[in-house]
Write a protein that binds this ligand. Structure first.
Ligand SMILES: C[S@@+](CC[C@H](N)C(=O)[O-])C[C@H]1O[C@@H](n2cnc3c(N)ncnc32)[C@H](O)[C@@H]1O
Length: 304
C-alpha cells in the first residue's frame, strides 16, 4: 500500500487525500496487525523452529501445532518487516532481525513481546479514546483494579508481566550496574526490583555491597536471586507496598544525591518512596526510570 507507483493507486490515493498521505495513514491504522502477528509467532515459538535454516510452512506448522495457511500469512506479514524471509520454493527462514524472537538465545525478547502484547497492555491501548475523553486510566475500567493490584490477583498474567520485565531489563542490568558509582560498602535496596535481576547485577559488580530486593509479596515470592550461587549470603528479600511502607533508617546518614532520568507514571510513584527513605537516612538514590528500578543505598543498620 505504501508504493503509489501505478496510475490506479495514484487515483485511489488522490481520493484519500493525495500525496500518499491518505494511504500512509491507512497503513498506520493497520499497524496493529504487526504486533498481533508478532505475538502469534512468539506464542507458537515459530522462530525456535526456524533456527536451523529454511523450512516449509507445512513443516513448521506441524512442529508448532498451527494451521499451515494461517502460518504462511503470519510469516509473510512479519517478512514485510524483515523478521523472516521467503525463498523461491516457498520456504521461510529466520532473518537476523528476527533472531531475538527465539526463546533460547541471549538477549531473547520473546518474553518481553508476550508482556507488551498481553491483554493487560493490549486492551487498554485499544481504548485510548476513553483516556482522552476522561483524562483517567482505562485499565481500571477494564480490569476493575489498578495495574499492579491486578497482577496480585492474577498469577498467570503476573508471571507474563514479571518474566517480560526481567527479559527486557536483563539486557541492560549489567551495563548499568557497571556504570553507576555505587558505594563500596553498605546495603543496596532495589525498590520495585521485580525478580531481582538488577540487584544481582549490582551485587556482582560491587563485591562489598549486600542487597535487599523490595517488591510486593507475590513478586518477591518468585525472585530469581538464588540463580547465582556466587551471591549466596549477600541478599535478602522484603515485601511491602512502597506507597505505605518503605525502607526506614534507624540511623541517620549524612548526604543524599538523587539522579532521575525520564519519568514514567510508575517511576513517578516510586521516586517519592525513595526520597522519603533518603530523608530518613539513605546516602544516595538512583532511578532507572524507563523500567522503574530504584536503588536506595543505605547503611547496614537499617531495618524494615
Ligand atoms: C516496571 S516493573 C520493574 C521491575 C524491575 N525493577 C525491572 O526493571 O525489571 C515495576 C515493579 O514495581 C513493583 N511495584 C509496583 N507497585 C509497587 C508497590 N506499590 N510496592 C512495591 N512494589 C511495587 C512491581 O511489582 C514491579 O516489580
Amino acid at each position: 500500500m505504501g508504493d503509489m507507483g501505478s496510475a490506479g493507486e495514484r487515483a485511489v490515493d488522490s481520493v484519500r487525500g493525495g500525496d500518499g498521505g491518505g494511504a500512509a495513514l491507512i497503513d498506520a491504522a493497520l499497524g496493529y496487525v504487526f504486533p498481533a502477528a508478532l505475538r502469534a509467532a512468539a506464542l507458537a515459538r515459530v522462530a525456535d523452529h526456524l533456527s536451523d535454516g529454511p523450512r516449509t510452512p507445512a513443516d513448521v506448522a506441524a512442529a508448532t501445532d498451527t494451521d499451515p495457511t494461517a502460518l504462511t500469512r503470519v510469516l509473510r506479514l512479519l517478512a514485510t518487516r524483515g523478521l523472516f524471509g521467503e525463498d523461491e520454493q516457498g520456504r521461510f527462514q529466520l532473518e537476523a532481525a528476527g533472531e531475538a524472537l527465539r526463546s533460547d538465545v541471549p538477549g531473547s525478547v520473546r518474553d518481553g513481546i508476550l508482556m507488551i502484547t498481553d491483554r493487560t497492555f493490549w486492551l487498554p491501548a485499544g481504548r485510548m479514546d476513553h483516556c482522552l475523553s476522561t483524562g483517567g486510566s482505562v485499565f481500571e475500567d477494564i480490569f476493575a483494579k489498578p495495574f499492579f493490584d491486578h497482577f496480585a490477583q492474577d498469577a498467570e498474567t503476573a508471571a507474563v508481566f514479571h518474566d517480560g520485565m526481567a527479559a527486557m531489563s536483563g539486557v541492560e542490568n549489567e551495563p548499568i550496574a557497571g556504570a553507576y558509582d555505587f558505594p563500596k560498602t553498605g546495603t543496596v535496596v532495589d525498590v520495585g526490583g521485580g525478580q531481582g535481576g538488577f540487584l544481582a547485577a549490582v551485587l556482582r559488580a560491587c563485591p562489598g555491597l549486600d542487597g535487599v530486593l523490595y517488591d510486593r509479596a507475590h513478586v518477591v515470592a518468585g525472585h530469581r536471586l538464588g540463580d547465582d550461587a556466587a551471591l549466596a549470603g549477600r541478599w535478602s528479600t522484603a515485601e511491602g507496598d512502597f506507597f505505605t511502607a518503605y525502607p526506614r533508617a534507624t540511623s541517620s546518614c549524612s548526604s543524599a544525591s538523587c539522579t532521575t532520568g525520564r519519568t514514567s507514571s510508575v517511576s513517578a510513584c516510586c521516586a517519592p518512596a525513595a526520597a522519603r527513605s533518603l530523608r530518613e537516612g539513605g546516602s544516595s538514590s538512583w532511578t532507572r526510570s524507563s523500567h522503574l528500578t530504584t536503588a536506595l543505598i543505605r547503611p547496614r543498620t537499617w531495618t524494615f
